[in-house]
Structures are given as C-alpha cells and as structure tokens.
Ligand binder design. Structure first.
Ligand SMILES: NC(=O)c1ccc[n+]([C@@H]2O[C@H](COP(=O)([O-])OP(=O)(O)OC[C@H]3O[C@@H](n4cnc5c(N)ncnc54)[C@H](O)[C@@H]3O)[C@@H](O)[C@H]2O)c1
Length: 339
C-alpha cells in the first residue's frame, strides 16, 4: 500500500556529509526555539539492570512535516553472540498523512548528528579564537565530534585526546584519526594541526579552550580548579540519569545552555548540579536554539566558562534521516518495500 525506503548504515555513510548535517542540526535547534517542533516524552525500559535496556525518543518537526522515533536497544551480553551491544533504528513518518516514509539504521546517523551538536555548542559558545580542543573519551562518537569541530574551527592548532580507562585507546585514535577523517568525512587535515594522546587530564584541561566530553562516566573526570577562564564545555556523554563527566561545581558560575531543558535536568550533565542545588533551573540561560534564533546572547565575555549540555533529541535524528532519504531518492539508493 505504501512505498517505504530502507537505508542501511552503509547507505547513510555514503549519503550524508558532515557539513550538511551541521546545517540540519542548527536549523532543528532554531525551529525548536521558535516552537515549530514537539519533543514527546522519553520511554526507557530496563529488561535487566546493567544487562539489557532500550529507549525510545520521538518527536515532530512541524515545518518539515515529519514525525517519528529512534529506538535504541543496549544488550551488553551481545558481544558473546558476535552482535553489536547497541542497535538503533529510526522510523520517519509524514505528519500530514501519518504514512511511513523510511526506516533507517540509527548508528551512523546518531554519530553524525551528535558530532554536529557538540561542535555547534562550541560554535555558539566558545571563544572564536579557540586553538585547542580536548576530547574526553576516545570511542565511537568522539570521531564525529572531531570531524564536526574541525569544520567549524578550521584554525584549531591542537586536538588532545584523553581516554579515562585506557591510554592506549587514545593513542590508537591519534594514530588513525587523520586517515579516518579523510576516508569517512573527506576532511584533509592541515599539517599545522597536531593530534596528541594525553595521560595527564589536569594538565590538558588547563591548556584547552574547548572541551568535549563523550564518555558514559558516572563520576566527574574534570575538576573545577583545573579549568582556565574562558573554557567552553560541550557535554555529550551524559544522556541517562546518574551519568556525569564534569565537576558539578563548574556549573556554579558558568553560562549554561542545553538542547532541551526538561531532558537535560532529568538525564543530562545538568541533572546533578540541579539535584544538589548548585544551580536552579532558572540559572540555565536557555536552549542552544535561543542563541541561534537571536533571542539571547551566548558567551558574555572572554573570561566566562560556558557549558552546552546536549542529551540528544530525536528531532535531530529525524531531520538527519529525512536528509538521507531525500539524498537517496535523488540517486535511487537503498531498497524500497511496499507494505
Ligand atoms: N548526547 C547524545 O546525543 C549522545 C549520543 C550518542 C552517545 N551518547 C553517549 O556518549 C557516551 C559515549 O558513547 P560512545 O558510543 O562514544 O561510547 P564508546 O563505548 O564507543 O566510547 C566510550 C569512551 O569512554 C570511555 N569509558 C568507558 N567507560 C567509562 C567510564 N566508566 N568512565 C570514563 N570513561 C569511560 C571509553 O574508554 C571510551 O573512550 C555514552 O555515554 C553514550 O550514551 C550521547
């Protein structure tokens, strides 16, 4: 009855360019601030705590006439079965008819839109003359953060990579990143840019202008007294209650923006500073889209510490998925199923 396009991870890897995804994510944030979107309540279920869970994030983009969801399941025991522990599926539907438009793999799209989100936080809040980026976390999503950050900050001189668990993982990332950026993102790295694996997080923090945190940590990795004035944080890893990556005291005097106020207070890096009364909800300067829409200013001076807490909203997945579906249509990529 309906034609539905199915796009695999390999398809979206070919179809999506990071610079286009950055534009899509920027527009979604702006639309959200202008009340042209709706984020539906998150569903989270633990089949067995610490072993298997799933969440469904969903929403509606009024301007794009689409709604839909991303379902992510995490089954920790899957490694033993030679299956990935994290599986994501995106479903996009037409909001004028309710008809499904596409079903897409969620892993690559999540990486792309999350990379764009972290880098956009820096675009709107970091000092424009920033030269040093520190990645805390050297896993799957960190690569996308680096790619998007290089596109928005082409004058970066150093990228430090820190892995809180195993220094060798950071070293491996440094050894492969230039090739990955070229092969997967078409980004040619200038010789003047230095990638460095770091072991001393205190020292690296003190040297960094932009810090992107992207680990599943449940205790602070960066302490307030190490942070130099004017530093920007994009906090990406905390997307579930109890996760935290930076000292909650950093929030006390910082200018704070979030992707979604309710979600960030419930499950983001903002959760713990609010629950401990270090900050109140009113101390959050706004959602990042409020800066993009020109409703408020981002950084107020060069000395200010700024924070962007991004928990990830389904609107980003849906808009990025729609971009992939539109691009696929142009070149007849993917399979079409009539249901
Ligand atoms: N905000 C969003 O939109 C969004 C999107 C995707 C992923 N995430 C979150 O980002 C985080 C990283 O995701 P990923 O796919 O890159 O994971 P990954 O497993 O590929 O990499 C995780 C990194 O963190 C390190 N690490 C693992 N356990 C840790 C711990 N307990 N404390 C400190 N460091 C630890 C690992 O060594 C690695 O460097 C996760 O918490 C994930 O849920 C958020």
């Amino acid at each position: 009855m309906f034609d539905i396009k199915i796009l695999s991870k390999a398809d979206t890897e070919k179809l999506l360019k990071m610079k286009d995804v950055i534009n899509v994510v920027e527009n979604v944030y702006k639309s959200k601030s202008e009340d042209k979107t709706c984020v539906f309540p998150l569903i989270f279920h633990e089949f067995e705590p610490g072993v298997a869970d799933m969440d469904i994030k969903s929403g509606w983009l009024k301007e794009g006439n689409i709604f839909g969801l991303k379902l992510v399941s995490w089954f920790g025991e899957n490694v033993k079965k030679d299956l990935p522990s994290l599986v994501g599926l995106i479903v996009v539907l037409d909001s004028t008819t309710g008809v499904p438009l596409g079903i897409l793999d969620g892993a690559h799209i999540t990486g792309m839109r999350t990379g764009a989100a972290g880098a956009l936080g820096a675009k709107y809040l970091a000092r424009p003359d920033s030269e040093t980026l520190l990645l805390v976390g050297a896993g799957h999503v960190s690569t996308f953060q680096i790619a998007a950050s290089l596109l928005l900050f082409p004058k970066l001189k150093s990228v430090f990579i820190y892995d809180p668990i195993n220094y060798k993982t950071a070293v491996n990332k440094v050894n492969t990143i230039v090739e990955t950026l070229s092969n997967d993102f078409g980004i040619k790295v200038d010789e003047s840019l230095q990638f460095k694996a770091v072991e001393d997080i205190k020292e690296a923090t003190g040297k960094s202008d932009i810090i992107i945190t992207v680990t599943p940590s449940k205790k602070p990795i960066i302490m307030k007294e190490w942070v130099k004035p004017g530093t920007h944080f994009s906090c990406i890893g905390a997307d579930m209650s109890g996760k935290e990556e930076i000292d909650p005291e950093i929030f006390r005097d910082a200018r704070i923006f979030v992707d979604d106020i309710t979600q960030c207070i419930n499950v983001g890096e903002t959760e713990i500073p609010v629950s401990r009364d270090i900050i109140k909800k009113e101390d959050i300067a706004g959602e990042i889209g409020d800066i993009i829409a020109g409703k408020t200013m981002g950084r107020e001076n060069d000395e200010q510490v700024t924070i962007f807490d991004a928990t990830g909203i389904a609107l980003l997945d849906l808009a990025t998925a729609k971009l992939a579906l539109d691009e696929a249509k142009k070149i007849s990529m993917g399979s079409t199923v009539n249901i």
